[in-house]
Design a protein around this ligand. Structure first.
Ligand SMILES: Nc1ncnc2c1ncn2[C@@H]1O[C@H](COP(=O)(O)OP(=O)(O)O)[C@@H](O)[C@H]1O
Ligand SMILES: Cc1cn([C@H]2C[C@H](O)[C@@H](COP(=O)(O)O)O2)c(=O)[nH]c1=O
Length: 264
């Protein structure tokens, strides 16, 4: 059987056009081997589903506000977090010398401090939005492999990472994301992405720079979570999942019109 590679898209979530029937008229799928840039103008999502349309329109104001914000990215430093344990934070905090979090703060922590620290409204809005990266393809395409490589590279470059998968995927156990050829990495197995904040606690969430999500197609709240994590909290979110099944996976699709560029 011919091996198919997953497609990788990358982008900030930037609202470009108000979704209308006319700009929702094209397929979300690029031509095979296409290097074309993704974005609402070029590759809008194809949907006539009223719920999807409502969702897109409802998110527009949030995204517009997020896009209005601009500030230099705050570079973050930390060591690779220890294996997540249920009922405990996945990061050691407050260490001195090898202070795992160094002196830098996460974008969200910095943003919160600006907002809560009596800064002006302009300062409060000056938060760098994050990014959403999408790895998409059919089963056995190497999506999880690509996700783990990316997350491990981010961790290796000093960012704090957290990995999530759907608890619906219990094929290789629940405590790890596992590729079909056996590479694995500890993860949080969740039924809903909205549980992530509760599992980590707000302080630990603040310190996370990169959130990897595997089996993204199973999360009904994928779109809301990704947009909030990227646009409100400045996170880099790397999402891997199937491009569709018989139920259409609308949550995954509606991320696509907000993606503005693909890696060269
Ligand atoms: N049937 C199979 N059995 C074992 N390993 C496989 C099989 N098909 C693919 N692989 C290996 O698994 C890798 C892809 O696994 P993975 O990243 O988990 O894919 P995906 O997340 O897209 O399903 C491939 O690079 C290949 O080496
Ligand atoms: C095609 C298809 C797949 N699924 C399920 C089966 C697996 O749990 C995942 C895919 O995982 P992989 O890492 O890409 O191998 O999705 C499904 O529920 N519905 C489908 O149509």
């Amino acid at each position: 059987m011919r091996h198919r590679s997953p497609t990788q898209l990358i982008g900030r979530t930037v609202p470009i056009l108000k979704p209308t029937q006319s700009n929702l008229s094209h397929s979300i799928f690029p031509k095979k081997n296409s290097k074309k840039v993704f974005g609402t103008r070029r590759h809008p999502v194809h949907t006539t589903n009223p719920a999807t349309m409502r969702s897109i329109c409802a998110m527009r104001s949030l995204l517009t506000a997020a896009a209005a914000a601009s500030a230099p990215t705050v570079l973050r430093a930390s060591a690779f977090p220890p294996r997540p344990q249920l009922r405990s934070l996945p990061f050691r905090r407050g260490r001195a010398a090898g202070n795992m979090l160094g002196t830098a703060r996460s974008v969200s922590a910095a943003a919160r401090s600006r907002i809560g620290g009596g800064g002006s409204a302009m300062e409060a809005r000056a938060v760098q939005s994050g990014e959403i990266h999408v790895i998409v393809g059919p089963m056995f395409a190497g999506k999880t492999t690509a996700l783990l490589r990316r997350v491990q590279a981010e961790a290796g470059s000093g960012r704090t990472v957290a990995l999530i998968k759907s608890d619906k995927d219990n094929r290789y156990g629940l405590d790890s994301v596992v590729t079909h050829d056996g590479t694995k990495m500890a993860c949080w197995a969740l039924s809903e992405l909205s549980n992530f904040h509760d599992k980590l606690g707000i302080e630990a969430y603040d310190k996370v720079d990169v959130i990897g999500i595997d089996e993204a197609q199973f999360f009904d709240d994928l779109y809301d979570f990704c947009c909030k994590a990227a646009d409100r909290d400045g996170k880099i979110v790397v999402v891997a999942g199937l491009d569709g099944d018989y139920k259409s996976l609308a949550q995954f699709w509606i991320l696509f019109p907000w993606l503005t560029q693909s890696p060269s």
